[in-house]
Design a protein around this ligand. Structure first.
Ligand code: KIV
Length: 295
């Protein structure tokens, strides 16, 4: 299997992300949930791979991230772990896995590390999550924060709406970002907020900020693999840039396969296995009577 970047690349750690912010080098990240996509992303040289709870919508067919379970996150994390050699592996803590208390947060974060191979976990929310996040960091597990449009808060937000559009909401976001920075998160995802607010947060905190729908001024960007390659079914959000349309390519390939089977063009004789000539001869003889006629 070829690799574009070679195997000499250093493994990315949470310290690499901090270094990149200091050196103003953009951080490249992608959400992936399975072996082939994670392996392609790792070989293409992304800095971190997130096993996001968006797996609920993208791969499991739910209409929000809320139903995905700890067991399902562990399952996807183990698969991605087997594919990733260089990138940092971050795994989302799903809805309900830290909302019920500090001990639950800790136990579930430990599961993602021990069973899923995570090197960091991501927790949505700001100031109110600080006690949980502190406990997880105290247990030697790096945490990534996530504020702004936090999909696990869809019911409180009343839908998937851009956040931080009033001065009150901006002040709350600033307080959230500063609290997460102070508690020591290793990176901070800023989702669905105005570019101007992302600029303020990125300038204010030492933590690297990772934008998704937050403009180009964050310290890094993240996008879902399936969105990037055009493998999703609904029309993409404004912030998604599709770099190819794999969905159309795959559909056309399957239609060509269907047509070839129906016209008996597939498989061809060259795509078939054959008996060795001597066996063919013996079989041919036994299929004929002594006068050479077919039985
Ligand atoms: O679940 C996910 O994919 C995410 C990213 C969009 C940040 O949380």
């Amino acid at each position: 299997m070829s690799t574009n970047t070679g195997d000499q690349r250093q493994r990315v750690t949470v310290h690499t992300l901090a270094d990149k912010k200091r050196k103003r080098e953009p951080i490249v990240s992608i959400t992936a949930y399975d072996y082939s996509s994670a392996r392609l992303a790792d070989e293409a040289g992304v800095d971190f791979i997130l096993v996001g709870d968006s797996v609920a919508q993208v791969m499991l067919g739910y209409d929000s991230t809320l139903p995905v379970t700890m067991d399902e996150m562990v399952y996807h994390s183990r698969i991605v772990r087997r594919a990733v050699r260089h990138a940092l592996l971050v795994v989302d803590m799903p809805f309900g896995s830290y909302h019920t208390g500090t001990l639950a947060a800790l136990e579930n974060a430990v599961r993602l590390v021990k069973e899923g191979g995570a090197e960091a976990v991501k927790i949505e929310g700001g100031v109110s999550r600080v006690p949980f996040i502190r406990r997880v960091i105290d247990a030697e597990i790096p945490v990534m924060g996530h504020i702004g449009l936090t999909p696990q808060s869809v019911h409180r937000m009343g839908g998937y709406k851009v956040q931080g559009k009033t001065s009150r909401a901006i002040e709350q976001l600033m307080r959230d970002a500063e609290a997460l920075d102070k508690v020591g998160v290793s990176a901070l995802v800023l989702e669905g907020i105005p570019r101007e607010v992302a600029i303020r947060i990125t300038a204010e905190v030492a933590t690297p900020t990772i934008g998704i729908g937050a403009g180009p001024d964050c310290d890094g960007q993240i996008i879902v693999y399936h969105d990037l390659v055009g493998l999703t079914f609904s029309s993409p959000a404004k912030f998604v840039r599709r770099y190819c349309n794999a969905g159309t390519l795959i559909t056309e390939a399957i239609q060509a396969y269907r047509d070839d089977i129906r016209s008996r063009a597939f498989p061809s004789d060259a795509e078939s296995y054959h008996l060795p000539r001597d066996v063919q001869r013996v079989l041919g003889e036994s299929d004929n009577d002594s006068a050479g006629r077919q039985k």
